[in-house]
Design a protein around this ligand. Structure first.
Ligand code: PEP
Length: 251
């Protein structure tokens, strides 16, 4: 089963609007050098309109870093899926570990966000991952299973087609510690196996599972060579055109 690679950059709470447009334009230019893969960027909300406009004629995909479940209403501080589609933004990260850990988002809330996105033609990238304590106490698979089952609660096979999963071990995010390619492949194979128990095997085989956690130019090639790693979600190294371009053009 061949899955089209997806290289995604999460800019987190970085960059002004001007800086965001400059970086997006540089990435759009690089992306065109390596056309057999999808490239996605997730700027901060403040830059979404300008970035979406700047790259509208390129194949570069633009995502929000989160999304609300309702279309409008009394939800101070939230951005709805229809506000995203209004800007031409058709993707959203949900369940990033920083949302779970710093802002206390539960799997139930993340599941609502995911359904809100799906109902409004926004593709969710559902992030899951264990903490260091959970890994060291050998709870990795149990934690991931729970996050996946709760995150995908009430998601139909038809909807799953529109979802990308991102395995991001919390201990590897922004720490410079990458999971080894063997550790990452082991977990990705586990996730795909779990999807096979929840959906048809052919569907599980078609779902893209990204790895995230200190992905850099010097580890991208090894990670992408793994059977079940279909792309990456990159934080720090996505903030410079040079490093992200090297990641996009993995070999
Ligand atoms: C992320 O923000 O999802 C991430 C993986 O960050 P970093 O690449 O900096 O570890």
């Amino acid at each position: 089963m061949s899955r089209r690679p997806l290289i995604a950059g999460n800019w987190k709470m970085h960059l002004t609007v001007t800086e965001s447009v400059q970086l997006a334009e540089a990435i759009a230019a690089t992306g065109s050098n390596c056309p057999d893969r999808d490239v996605l960027i997730a700027p901060p909300f403040t830059a979404l309109a300008a970035v979406s406009n700047a790259v509208a004629k390129s194949p570069l995909l633009v995502a929000a870093q989160n999304v609300a479940w309702e279309q409008q209403g009394a939800f101070t501080g939230e951005i709805s899926p229809t506000m995203l589609t209004d800007l031409g933004v058709a993707w959203a990260i949900v369940g990033h570990s920083e949302r779970r850990q710093i802002f206390g988002e539960s799997s139930a809330m993340i599941n609502r966000r995911l359904h809100g996105a799906l109902a409004n033609a926004v593709h969710p990238i559902l992030c899951i991952g264990e903490t260091l304590t959970e890994r060291e106490s050998e709870q990795t698979f149990a934690v991931l299973q729970q996050q996946i089952e709760e995150g995908l609660d009430q998601v139909t096979a038809e909807q799953l087609h529109n979802i990308v999963l991102a395995y991001e071990p919390v201990w590897a995010i922004g720490t410079g510690k990458t999971a080894t390619k063997e550790q990452a492949q082991e977990v990705h194979a586990f996730i795909r196996g779990l999807l096979t128990t929840m959906y048809e095997k052919s569907l599980a085989d078609s779902i893209r599972i990204l790895y995230g956690g200190s992905v850099k130019p010097d580890n991208i090639d090894d990670l992408m060579a793994q059977t079940d790693i279909d792309g990456v979600l990159v934080g720090g190294a996505a903030l410079q055109a040079e490093s992200f371009s090297r990641i996009i053009c993995f070999q």
